[in-house]
Every structure is written in structure tokens, then in C-alpha cells.
Design a binder for this molecule. Structure first.
Ligand code: HPA
Ligand code: ZN
Length: 339
């Protein structure tokens, strides 16, 4: 069995992806036409050629501009349904998806269109493919904490259908502590809490996310490498890191996948997971990320299994579902061994 075949059949959870970052060029053009939104690119090829970035901000400028094609509940439904179908094809059994709600409501899209579009597609995907999904609303860190608090309040009608809250967008200059009250309220309401930290920001931001925001997972977390005591603490606590190797490559967070800290952190005992971040922009879905790591870091089959197991250890699911998923991984590993 080739690594491609092994990864393709490996049951996994995806825990770090932005729904707005999963719009494939063909869907992007269809949505622009459907909504009469003027875009700079005429063809899928032109769009793909534009997906070359200097850094996070350079990417975010294009990404936020791209969000203009999302207007109706149907649009939010379609991107969610397409992502979940694509994830199912990668043998993702469970997905936790980020949604940057403020990027839409500030353009005048009704909150109900955003939320009901996404939530309806999640239910459809589960009925069709058995894939479970959770929604994590991310506050945009370039905006104020007051705006994040308004966002939280406005979502009250959907509280029962939201898994958690996170923090995304331009990192440097916007430390986690800027959102301490927002996270305190999210935790008090019983939501799961996560935050992007240490993608472009320093190890100190990773510490703040843990100590001030009390996050249950770190998104990226690469910069923890610069603080040995922090690495030891993460190994002890098993607070998961949702890492995104191809994203890090495309945004110049690492010079090559071979230089990515994923394997060093796995070896150090951290609960490291592999994810796609913004798959249509960064040239790969979750399996592409596993395979890029396998090739560049020389991962053994046992390490691919460990990464998949970590994804379910890190997922916000019931212990029963976790046990089922871990058994499915073991079954696949035995089947591959026998092949
Ligand atoms: N980092 C921060 N915010 C984001 C990203 C990312 O990689 N993708 C979409 N929003
Ligand atoms: Zn991200």
C-alpha cells in the first residue's frame, strides 16, 4: 500500500479550516456570476495564479475581498456542503469549521443568512454522508473586543447550535489578551474556546492564549518552539495544536515543509494535528497536508496513525464517538498491515 492509499483510507478529524477559505475557483466564479459581483479574475486559471502570497496579511487582503461573492443563505449553504463533501472524500469523519461572521455582517449580509445557510448544510452533510461537523465562530482580531462582544450577543438565537468561539485574522499587534473579556464570557456560556496563536506572532502570544484566554486548543502554535518551557508544558497538558503545514509554507511561516516543526513537536509528546486551514488557497486538503508531511519529514506509518489519533483526541466530541473513531483507525491500520 502506498502512502497515498494509506492516508486516503485513514479515518481522521479536521479541526482547523476556514469555510471561506474552501471556495474552489469554479465555485467562486459561479457565486460571483450568481450574485452579480464584479471580480478581477475571469477564469479559474487566473484565480489560481493570484494565489501567491508574501505573508498572512497579503493573503488576508485577497481572502476578505473574495468573501464579497458570499451574499445569500444559499451561498453559505453551498460552500459548507462542498467542503464537507470534499472532506468526506478524504475520509474525514468529523470536521470543526471556522466561520468569520463579522466579515459578512459588516458587509450587510444578514446574520441569519450566514448562520442558517451553514447550519442547514451541516445537517444535510451528516444525513447524506454520516460526517459530523461543528461550527466555531472566529472573532477577527483586527477589530475591537467590543465588536467581538457584540458578535457574541447577536448570536444568542443560535447558541445551541454553535460549538465554540475562536480568534483569527491579522495576528501581530493584536495579542490574545486584547480579547480576555470576550473569551471569559464565551467560557462562562459553556462554549469551547480556541485561538490562532504563534502563526506569525511570538511564543508570548501562545502563552497568553493559554493563560489569559484559557483556550482548549491552539490553532497553529508554531512559535511555541522558541520557548522550551512552553513546549514541555504543552507536552504535559496535551493541549492540542492544530497545525497547517501547507498553509505555513504558502504564507512563508516556514521556508519548506521539511523545516516544519510538526515532527519535532510530535516527538516531544505534544498532541499535534494536521489540517488544511484554507484548502482552496493553499493548494491542498487535509490528505494533501498529511502526504506533504509524510514525504518531507519522512513520517512512518505509525506517525501518520498517531496524527490521526491525535485529531480525535483533540476533537470536541463525545467519548463514545472518540472511542468509535479510534477503533476505526486501528481497523484501518491492521488492514493496511495485512495488505
Ligand atoms: N491565520 C489567521 N487567520 C486566518 C487564517 C490564517 O491562516 N486563514 C483564515 N483566517
Ligand atoms: Zn487558520
Amino acid at each position: 500500500m502506498t502512502p497515498e492509499q494509506f492516508v486516503a483510507g485513514l479515518p481522521k478529524a479536521e479541526l482547523h479550516m476556514h469555510l471561506e477559505g474552501s471556495i474552489e475557483p469554479d465555485l467562486f466564479i459561479r457565486l460571483a456570476r450568481r450574485n452579480g459581483v464584479e471580480i478581477r479574475w475571469k477564469t479559474e486559471e487566473e484565480l489560481r495564479a493570484a494565489y501567491s502570497f508574501e505573508d498572512l496579511q497579503d493573503f488576508l487582503d485577497l481572502y476578505y475581498d473574495g468573501c464579497r461573492v458570499l451574499v445569500t443563505a444559499q451561498d453559505f449553504h453551498d460552500i459548507t456542503r462542498e467542503y464537507l463533501a470534499r472532506a468526506h472524500a478524504d475520509r474525514v469523519l468529523h470536521a470543526e469549521m471556522f466561520l468569520g461572521v463579522q466579515g459578512h455582517t459588516t458587509r450587510g449580509v444578514p446574520l441569519a443568512a450566514v448562520m442558517d445557510g451553514v447550519l442547514g448544510a451541516m445537517a444535510e452533510a451528516e444525513a447524506a454522508d454520516g460526517i459530523s461537523a461543528g461550527l466555531i465562530v472566529v472573532a477577527q482580531r483586527h477589530r475591537t473586543e467590543a465588536e467581538a462582544l457584540e458578535l457574541l450577543e447577536s448570536l444568542e438565537p443560535w447558541y445551541g447550535r454553535i460549538l465554540g468561539f475562536g480568534l483569527g485574522g491579522a495576528e501581530v499587534g493584536h495579542p490574545p489578551s486584547k480579547f480576555s473579556e470576550f473569551f471569559r464570557r464565551c467560557r462562562a456560556l459553556g462554549f469551547k474556546v480556541v485561538a490562532h496563536a504563534g502563526e506569525e506572532g511570538p511564543a508570548g502570544y501562545v502563552r497568553e492564549a493559554l493563560e489569559v484566554l484559557q483556550v482548549q486548543r491552539l490553532d497553529h502554535g508554531n512559535a511555541c518552539m522558541d520557548d522550551a518551557a512552553l513546549v514541555a508544558e504543552l507536552a504535559r497538558s496535551r493541549i492540542p495544536l492544530t497545525m497547517c503545514p501547507l498553509s505555513n509554507l504558502r504564507l512563508n511561516v516556514v521556508p519548506s515543509v521539511a523545516a516544519h516543526p510538526l515532527k519535532r513537536l510530535l516527538d516531544a509528546g505534544l498532541c499535534v494535528t494536521v489540517n488544511s486551514d484554507d484548502p482552496s488557497y493553499f493548494g491542498g486538503y487535509v490528505n494533501d497536508n498529511y502526504l506533504a508531511c509524510q514525504a518531507a519529514l519522512g513520517l512512518e506509518r505509525a506517525e501518520l496513525v498517531a496524527l490521526a489519533r491525535n485529531s480525535f483526541e483533540a476533537a470536541f466530541i463525545t467519548d463514545e464517538r472518540r472511542a468509535e473513531a479510534l477503533q476505526a483507525i486501528d481497523r484501518w491500520a491492521r488492514q493496511a498491515e495485512a495488505a
